[in-house]
Design a protein around this ligand. Structure first.
Ligand SMILES: C[S@@+](CC[C@H](N)C(=O)[O-])C[C@H]1O[C@@H](n2cnc3c(N)ncnc32)[C@H](O)[C@@H]1O
Length: 425
């Protein structure tokens, strides 16, 4: 949890008192930061869903008290700063992507905060890393951008229902093309009333209220745990001269990529483990974009003397990677970091990197993050260090890998996936 109160400010007498006018000024000033063309979230700082959510929430925000409002899944700060403008001077917030958190922090240092504050001496956001109980405790209004997966929505809905005020209202907005009836059903498992707003500019808001009494103390569905016995996983997790584990436990929060299972691409990467560097060459190993952390755990099992780092931009992934490593008895050797595309990794500090890069952002195929990860891998590897990457064969990453890291060879290929090895020059 981070608590960063705004510095005291003298209200500007020229500022309009009308919150709706101030909101227009705030939303108009937001930028999609960092605007580098690489953002998986897309270039629009305030989308139609943000605007619809804030319009639907406006009367509830105006009536809300200091500890009432929680924002989940904000993209660039529109919902959080919008809620602060229209509602109480304190808001709790949590975003899965570290990049979204950075965007909010960035905007909080800007002149637009004058319009957010209005005539109040200060406003305050308390940020939470993941869906801990304190995020929703006693909440009476939750604003959220619908997550892309039903599992993530389930985890959020259950977390709200467990500890929010019984009269909590949840406003969950999304693009109509990404919304399914199943989302209503997921919300309906935790709340008695679920209705949909009219669509506006291809966005819609689901409104859930009435916490189901049985949802108060139901066992949480997430994080999900499973013991995997896939041969590729067990073989790759066997150290030289050591014994093969009987199973590898995976712990998956709702927002993780593969859930409590082995992804097909990751499985294909694991089939090449026999060709990865020998243990005497691997002192530091990295799972870049770690998801549930199965690859980080395999690295720690296979190389018992190595230091392993797992990194991901997603809070759900970071929590899962940590829990997966602990569940397999290697928690003390796996350091888990939350960062954007590995950009904050120490240069020339790693001997072996495993990477199954992201290629989907909702339904759009995007490869920006993958290219930034290649560049980060190139910087993080020691000379002679190796990046092992799996990707959809159709993506033809070899040239980009050669440019960003060094000489790249195809190690395995099937019609669906390719595994490459790139050696740092
Ligand atoms: C294809 S999944 C692979 C997950 C895991 N390594 C596995 O094999 O199951 C890609 C991962 O990259 C993460 N990711 C996406 N964009 C990222 C970014 N900009 N920075 C860091 N991680 C990112 C996702 O959260 C996801 O966990």
């Amino acid at each position: 949890m981070h608590h960063t109160p705004e510095p005291d400010a003298t209200p500007d007498p020229a500022l309009p008192a009308d919150p709706a006018v101030r909101l227009a000024a705030v939303l108009g000033a937001l930028t999609p930061w960092p605007e580098d063309g690489d953002r998986a979230d897309g270039p629009v700082a305030v989308d139609a869903t943000d605007r619809l959510l804030l319009d639907e929430a406006a009367p509830l925000l105006a009536a809300a008290g200091p500890d009432d409002v929680v924002v989940v899944g904000d993209r660039f700060g529109a919902l959080t700063l919008g809620a602060l403008t229209l509602g109480p001077a304190t808001v709790r917030a949590s975003t899965d992507a570290v990049t979204a958190e950075a965007a909010l922090q960035h905007h909080r240092g800007e002149p637009l905060m004058d319009a957010v504050r209005g005539d109040r001496p200060e406003v305050d956001v308390t940020s939470f890393d993941h869906l801990e109980a304190r995020l929703f405790e006693g909440a009476r209004l939750v604003l959220m951008q619908l997550p892309s997966s039903l599992a993530e929505l389930t985890e959020i809905a259950e977390a709200i229902a467990r500890v929010a005020a019984p009269d909590v209202t949840v406003l969950a907005g999304g693009r109509v093309k990404h919304m399914t009836r199943s989302m209503n059903e997921v919300l309906g498992a935790s709340f008695t009333d679920v209705r949909a707003s009219l669509a506006r500019q291809k966005s819609r808001v689901l409104v859930a209220s009435g916490v189901r009494p049985e949802a108060r103390d139901a066992a949480p569905a997430f994080p999900a745990r499973a013991v995997l016995r896939d041969a590729e996983l067990l073989t790759a997790g066997t150290p030289a001269g050591g014994s093969t584990p009987s199973g590898v436990t995976v712990v998956a929060h709702g927002g993780t990529f593969a859930g409590p299972a082995l992804d097909l691409g990751t499985r294909f990467l694991l089939t090449t483990a026999g060709k990865w560097p020998a243990a005497d060459r691997v002192h530091d190993a990295l799972d870049l974009g770690s998801g549930t952390g199965l690859l980080a755990t395999v690295l720690a099992l296979r190389y018992p003397d190595a230091r392993v780092v797992g990194t991901d931009r997603s809070a759900a992934a970071v929590a899962s990677t940590r829990a997966t490593a602990e569940a397999n008895g290697v928690g003390d050797r796996v350091v888990v970091l939350r960062g954007d595309a590995g950009e904050d990794l120490e240069p020339a500090s790693v001997d072996l990197i495993l990477l199954n890069p992201p290629f989907h952002d909702r339904s759009a195929v995007r490869t920006d993050a993958a290219h930034r990860m290649f560049r980060a891998a190139g910087r993080a590897l020691r000379q002679g260090g190796e990046l092992w990457c799996v990707f959809n064969t159709a993506l033809h990453y070899r040239q980009a890998l050669t440019r960003s890291v060094g000489p790249t060879v195809h190690i395995e290929q099937n019609p669906k996936f390719t595994v490459t090895r790139s050696r740092r020059r």
